[in-house]
Design a protein around this ligand. Structure first.
Ligand code: NAP
Length: 243
């Protein structure tokens, strides 16, 4: 029987690959997006091409009420077995040059946005006594990074949120885990200079960037019944960068 997954920020990058891989694995997808563009329409037709249903819902995840609308829509129109909190941004600057707005913009989307989604989805999942939540954090949330204090704080926050939610929701049959990707080829990393990329690669034991599919494969496992006894964990997908 088909299950239903909400994937936030699904139109590009990791979210897109996660949505497509889940749609090949028995999941209908509620595609959360911010702006209606060609990426959205092509994703919907690819999901349908994989034999699954695609529902689209526009919501800025940093907005509590818009996220309530997203979760209510999913529960009413499709169901809700899995929530993948993927949407995120960077806004890199050294702390001495970081404005309040630079800091807040990243916290509002990456951390509060993830909270908003868990907050509304957990009510539905507690009621149905099942569900899975997967949060996309980052290895930067574990080790920090010069120029990414806002991002590192947001992703460390996502880890604390994951563990707290896992403890609260486990008695209701709901698991909550986090994935900490390392350096994965997407628009987010394409914008780094060749020099920065080279420096990062030299710190990765496997000497290679990851692909979105490397992350999506772990999402598929955590979304599967085979992972039923795993909750509150942070699993790195990083070529050995952090160990
Ligand atoms: P990306 O290519 O920049 O895509 C980000 C996606 O999130 C886009 O679809 C974007 O929508 C969406 N989004 C941003 N803010 C949103 C909001 N307020 N509401 C709804 N959607 C929003 O980034 P990515 O590399 O795929 O990253 C995906 C996740 O993985 C992020 O949480 C990121 O921090 C994490 N991550 C990535 C890497 C990496 O190496 N790439 C490493 C560690 C962790 P728009 O198209 O509207 O902008």
């Amino acid at each position: 029987m088909q299950k239903v997954a909400i994937v936030t920020g699904a139109t590009r990058g990791l979210g897109r690959t996660i949505a497509l891989e889940l749609s090949k694995s028995g999941y209908d997808i509620v595609v959360n997006y911010r702006k209606e563009d060609e990426n959205l329409f092509s994703l919907i037709s690819e999901i349908e091409g994989n034999g699954s249903k695609a529902f689209k819902f526009q919501a800025d995840i940093s907005d509590f009420e818009q996220v309530k609308g997203l979760i209510d829509f999913a529960v009413k129109e499709a169901g809700l077995d899995l929530l993948v909190n993927n949407a995120g941004i960077t806004n890199d600057k050294l702390i001495a040059r970081m404005s309040e707005q630079d800091f807040d913009s990243v916290i509002d989307i990456n951390l509060k946005g993830t909270f908003n989604c868990i907050r509304h989805a957990s009510k539905a999942m507690m009621k149905q006594k099942k569900g899975k939540i997967i949060n996309i954090s980052s290895v930067i949330g574990l080790i920090g990074n010069a120029g990414q204090a806002n991002y590192a704080a947001s992703k460390a926050g996502v880890i604390g949120l994951t563990k707290s939610a896992a403890k609260e929701l486990a008695p209701f049959g709901v698991t909550v885990n986090a994935i900490a990707p390392g350096f994965i080829r997407t628009d987010m990393t394409d914008k780094l200079s060749e020099e920065v990329k080279k420096a990062i690669l030299s710190n990765i034991p496997m000497r290679d960037m990851g692909e979105a599919k490397d992350v999506a494969n772990l999402v598929k496992f955590l979304a599967h019944e085979d992972s039923r006894y795993i909750t509150g964990q942070v699993i790195n997908v990083d070529g050995g960068m952090v160990m």
